[in-house]
Design a protein around this ligand. Structure first.
Ligand SMILES: *[C@@H]1O[C@H](CO)[C@@H](O)[C@H](O)[C@H]1NC(C)=O
Ligand SMILES: *[C@@H]1O[C@H](CO)[C@@H](O)[C@H](O)[C@H]1NC(C)=O
Length: 425
């Protein structure tokens, strides 16, 4: 049992929960042990389906004796987190579920969850709607497209544990200056520039299948936009449509596969960076085509009131800054003001509404990608005013130091999309 627990909770393991489930050791556990395993928030699994299948396999291993435990087990399976199709095609069809009215109640709870609008789901107080939060699940950093020096299709991943890069499936078409987020297990590459046009197209990448597919187009063409996830919606903020900087903002609902406009920003911002802290979406700096200025202003969006409000300005103008969030602080990294490319970095604390300077990067960078992982802030590529960079450096807030990662990308790229994903198991 100890070994198995160690195995299931050991984040560094390369093995698959499914392998464990098929092991004799798992199938021979007692009911209390199985309940204690599957009720844990820290369980390292790629999807809740694995838990459901584990329960069914365990019961079927000694069905006559164990089927009476179905309700007790299903209490810990987070059915609401499963896709609708799986609930209908697999869970509802399972005889062990059909034979238990308590299990059918859990299925109804899950269906209800899927029928409710997002805001009301949050009000459902059930342990089964809570996401599992495995510790240190292995992560990959995905770098998508970019300029090298023209728009490219290449996508590469950095494995933090192996400390090396590998190529994955290329984008369906060339794309740089896109927005990039990771949402619902998928990477979304939003808008950008394909080498001739600013586009409204959106491609999504499934890391498990290593496959790209297109989803619904945005309403507006946008390159150099900001993209972020707030309350389960994907937001595309500002950018440039080929002739003018944009103040408009739109949101994507993955369930309905639809984009809709929300309140525009107070300022037109192309080359804008965005981040979410404390349930608010921040738009940092950028370039205002109307005033022809790089911006030091910052504004934040409250989805409840659908309003943008200015907050404290940065100490300096930054267009094409890398923006990331670490420990509930918003970082603005590099960027430029006219021809001057910056290596300076500042950080915003929403609780004090104030920016402060932290250590400079090793290199000047604008149009770099930024992401936070394992308590560090990574800055990827960009350009220093003359060259596209293949290097990556990270900031450690506890030491206030930047360190260059020893392994570079295969190619120098600026305006690439960067995000962190769970490593497919
Ligand atoms: C860019 O997108 C436009 C519109 O979708 C398309 O016609 C054009 O061929 C694309 N250009 C490149 C270089 O892919
Ligand atoms: C958004 O605004 C409403 C109304 O002022 C406020 O109650 C709420 O706390 C704000 N949301 C966040 C995340 O600050």
């Amino acid at each position: 049992m100890l070994m198995l627990v160690d195995f299931l909770f050991n984040s560094q393991t390369e093995q698959h929960f499914a392998d464990v489930v098929l092991s004799e050791e798992f199938l021979n556990l007692g009911i209390e042990q199985v309940c204690s395993l599957i009720s844990s928030d820290k369980l390292t699994i790629s999807s809740e389906e694995k838990v459901f299948e584990a329960v069914i396999a365990w019961v079927n291993h000694d069905k006559d004796v164990r089927q009476e435990f179905m309700a007790r087990l299903m209490e810990h399976v987070r059915l609401p987190l499963l896709p609708r199709e799986y609930l209908v095609q697999r869970v509802e069809e399972e005889a062990l579920v059909k034979n238990s009215s308590a299990c059918k109640d859990y299925l109804i709870e899950a269906m209800k969850y899927h029928l409710l609008p997002t805001e009301q789901r949050i009000l459902m107080k059930s342990v089964r709607t809570r996401l599992r939060t495995p510790m240190n699940l292995p992560k990959l950093m995905v770098v998508v497209g970019g300029q090298a020096p023209k728009a490219i299709r290449s996508v590469e991943c950095y494995d933090f544990k192996e400390e090396r890069w590998h190529q994955v499936a290329e984008l369906p078409s060339r794309r740089c200056r896109a927005g990039m987020v990771y949402m619902a297990g998928l990477v979304f590459a939003v808008g950008g520039f394909n080498g001739s046009l600013r586009v409204r197209t959106v491609d999504s990448y499934d890391p498990v299948k290593d496959q790209w597919t297109s989803v619904a187009n945005m309403r507006d063409r946008r390159s150099t936009l900001g993209a972020a996830v707030l309350n389960g919606l994907l937001y595309a903020v500002g950018g440039f449509d080929g002739s003018t900087g944009l103040s408009s903002v739109e949101a994507y609902n993955i369930k309905s596969n639809e984009w809709f406009h929300v309140a525009p920003m107070n300022t037109r911002r192309s080359s804008v960076g965005v981040g979410v802290v404390g349930g608010l979406l921040y738009a940092v700096g950028g370039y205002d085509g109307a005033s022809r200025q790089c911006l030091s202003t910052v504004e934040c969006y409250n989805a409840t009131t659908n309003e943008w409000t200015y907050i404290a300005e940065m100490s300096t103008r930054r267009s094409g800054a890398g923006v990331g969030v670490l420990n509930n602080l918003l970082y603005a990294v590099g960027g430029h003001d006219g021809p001057l490319v910056r290596k300076s970095v500042e950080v915003y604390d929403p609780t004090t509404n104030a920016w402060r300077q932290v250590a400079d990067m090793n290199m000047c960078r604008r149009n770099a990608g930024v992401c936070a992982v394992n308590g560090l802030l990574y800055v990827v590529g960009g350009d220093d005013g003359s060259c596209n960079l293949a290097s990556v450096e990270y900031y450690n807030p506890t030491t206030d130091k930047w360190t260059v990662v020893s392994s570079c990308m295969s190619t120098g790229r600026s305006y690439a999309g960067v995000t962190v994903i769970d490593k497919p198991l």
